[in-house]
Design a protein around this ligand. Structure first.
Ligand SMILES: C[S@@+](CC[C@H](N)C(=O)[O-])C[C@H]1O[C@@H](n2cnc3c(N)ncnc32)[C@H](O)[C@@H]1O
Length: 291
């Protein structure tokens, strides 16, 4: 079976121009704090003796020097951690997101037979457009639908698809992922990137209500997938919960990727196949997913 791999050989200026930087407010917030702590660390280094004299007003002799040194070290470590967090979020927001979208596309063994694909919570469309690009590369008559609850987002996503030159392969639909507006067994491929963990957050991420909603989304994903179809989900949190649900639903060939640090947490890609026949397998989970 021939397989065209999705690869990245893109001009990053063009990619940034199309998608922009997500969560830039968080990045600016972290950078400002990192700069503040850097300035404080430099101040500590430059005026260490004066700072020790100040600490001597509060502590006696040796403990004043220790307290000054300790707070200086904490300040420098905080600056480093804040720079690291800002850099990781900046990297995760686009370069890593783009790379993970390609890995998700490559988790599907054969795109040539794909007629209908779905991206749940398509957002800016990085993953959606990666799927559309793969369909275009295959010369496929297949199409991908991006589902998002926000009309503004779906309109913006259609614009990114046009800019990527895959507009004709993409349609967007407004809807709620907890009640997918599609019939059973319709899509050959269903994907979702850094999204499912956000469902039900309004109840509090650790509540039973939120967990029930996430489980419902996994159920909906399986419902709309054709027998023999492939599901691929990349998420930052709750991956073991999805795997348990997929095992309960008797999905086959469940694979979990190694952890990839994204947005400061260890994220995983889960891929699986919906059984062609109602064959109940062992529900084995393999941890050897090729990335
Ligand atoms: C973090 S973005 C996803 C990014 C996207 N998957 C990508 O690869 O670029 C999450 C998106 O999910 C949408 N969303 C949130 N809750 C939703 C729901 N219940 N149903 C459908 N879409 C939802 C939001 O509007 C947002 O655009």
């Amino acid at each position: 079976m021939g397989k065209t791999m999705a690869t990245s050989s893109r001009d990053w200026n063009q990619i940034y121009a199309i998608y922009g930087v997500d969560q830039w407010q968080t990045i600016v917030f972290l950078l400002l704090h990192a700069l503040f702590f850097t300035a404080l660390s430099i101040f500590y280094l430059s005026y260490f003796e004066s700072i020790c004299s100040f600490f001597e007003l509060l502590f006696s002799g040796g403990s004043a020097r220790f307290a000054a040194g300790f707070t200086g070290c904490v300040t420098a470590i905080s600056a480093f951690c804040l720079f690291f967090a800002a850099a990781n979020i900046f990297y995760s927001s686009l370069p890593l997101h783009y790379e993970m979208a390609l890995r998700m596309v490559n988790a599907v063994s054969d795109w040539s037979t794909v007629k209908h694909a779905l991206d749940l919570g398509c957002g800016r469309g990085i993953l959606l457009n990666a799927v559309a690009t793969q369909l275009k590369k295959e010369g496929s008559s297949g199409r991908v639908v991006g589902l998002d609850r926000s009309k503004r987002t779906t309109l913006a996503t259609l614009r990114t698809a046009k800019m990527e030159g895959v507009g004709e392969y993409v349609t967007c639909r407004e809807g709620d992922v907890r009640r997918l507006p599609f019939g059973d067994n319709y899509f050959d491929v269903v994907v979702s990137g850094v999204f499912v963990h956000t469902v039900g957050k309004e109840h509090g991420a650790r509540t039973a209500e939120a967990a029930a909603e996430r489980i419902r989304v996994v159920g909906e994903l399986v419902r709309v997938l054709k027998p023999g179809g492939t599901g691929v989900v990349w998420d930052l949190l709750h991956v073991p919960e999805y795997v348990r649900r997929l095992q309960e639903l008797k999905m086959e060939d469940i694979r979990v990727s190694e952890g990839v640090t994204a947005f400061m947490v260890s994220s995983h890609i889960v891929s699986f196949t919906k059984p062609r026949h109602h064959f109940v397998g062992s529900g084995e989970v393999r941890l050897d997913w090729r990335c």
